[in-house]
Design a protein around this ligand. Structure first.
Ligand code: ADP
Ligand code: MG
Length: 236
């Protein structure tokens, strides 16, 4: 997927300012930056739930969105995962994962089982969200987002609601599953540590602009300016 010159503003204030970015299958690109810099707005524009002022988005070279033409969100083959993972409380784990699936009952069941097995929650297939811990719910949300085989996964601070103890394990597990599913992943985070752990590519964002982009090691060892040094200083 390629994003070209994306601009979004609210009441005349530009919060996403000429962002260009490409993300590839099988790779995790991290949009990293402090709170308020425009990460979530960028993600919402890509998902199609926020209108951009200008810019184009292409998938496999095909235009899916500009200021005139828009493929609706549900037809973008995009999976979404947010901090507030919001499983449907009245649906079972299996029904939650099957929610966006098409096909016969057997096909859906097979895909649900495959994914719940991957996230090690097959034993809860007929359970309900309230019976699961936060970390387990998060893994069900991952299974649900991946079930329809999205080409692109957009993840907005998906781990920030979890306690520290669980986070590293879930990050690693999530990463392994994303790689297996071969989605192009755009992961938003304000935590340098998370980007260093998960990204193949980091795009550092500040005040609506991407100020530096590259492999995590390069971005970390060759910060673009003093503000980038300060931002990364809490990684060890
Ligand atoms: P981040 O995800 O990096 O923390 P956001 O994209 O959520 O940043 O927000 C960027 C800026 O845009 C913030 O100043 C926020 O207050 C503002 N903003 C986001 N959504 C809206 C909106 N719907 N209306 C007005 N301002 C908004
Ligand atoms: Mg945000």
């Amino acid at each position: 997927m390629e994003i070209r010159n994306l601009v979004c503003s609210f009441e005349g204030r530009t919060v996403v300012d000429d962002v260009s970015l490409s993300i590839e299958a099988g790779r995790v690109t991290c949009l990293l930056g402090p709170s308020g810099c425009g990460k979530s707005t960028t993600l919402r524009a890509i998902a199609g739930v926020e209108m951009q002022n200008s810019g184009e988005i292409y998938v496999d070279g095909k235009l899916i969105c500009d200021t005139v033409f828009r493929v609706p969100p549900e037809r973008r083959q995009i999976g979404l995962m947010f901090q507030d993972f919001a499983l449907f409380p009245h649906l079972s784990v299996a029904e939650n994962v099957a929610f966006g699936l098409k096909g016969t009952k057997e096909e859906k069941r097979a895909r649900v089982e495959e994914l719940l097995d991957k996230v090690h929650l097959l034993r809860y297939i007929d359970g309900y969200p309230h019976q699961l811990s936060g970390g387990e719910q998060q893994r069900v949300a991952l299974a649900r987002a991946l079930a329809p085989r999205p080409r692109i996964m957009l993840m907005d601070e998906p781990f920030s609601g979890l306690d520290n103890r669980l986070r590293d394990g879930i990050r690693d597990e999530t990463l392994a599953i994303l790689k297996e599913e071969d989605a192009a992943v755009l992961l938003v985070t304000h935590e340098p540590e998370e980007a260093m752990r998960m990204a193949d590519e980091i795009a550092l964002m500040r005040r609506g602009k991407i100020v530096q982009q590259g492999a995590p090691y390069n971005v970390y060892t060759r910060p673009v300016d003093k503000a980038a040094v300060a931002f990364f200083s809490d990684v060890n």
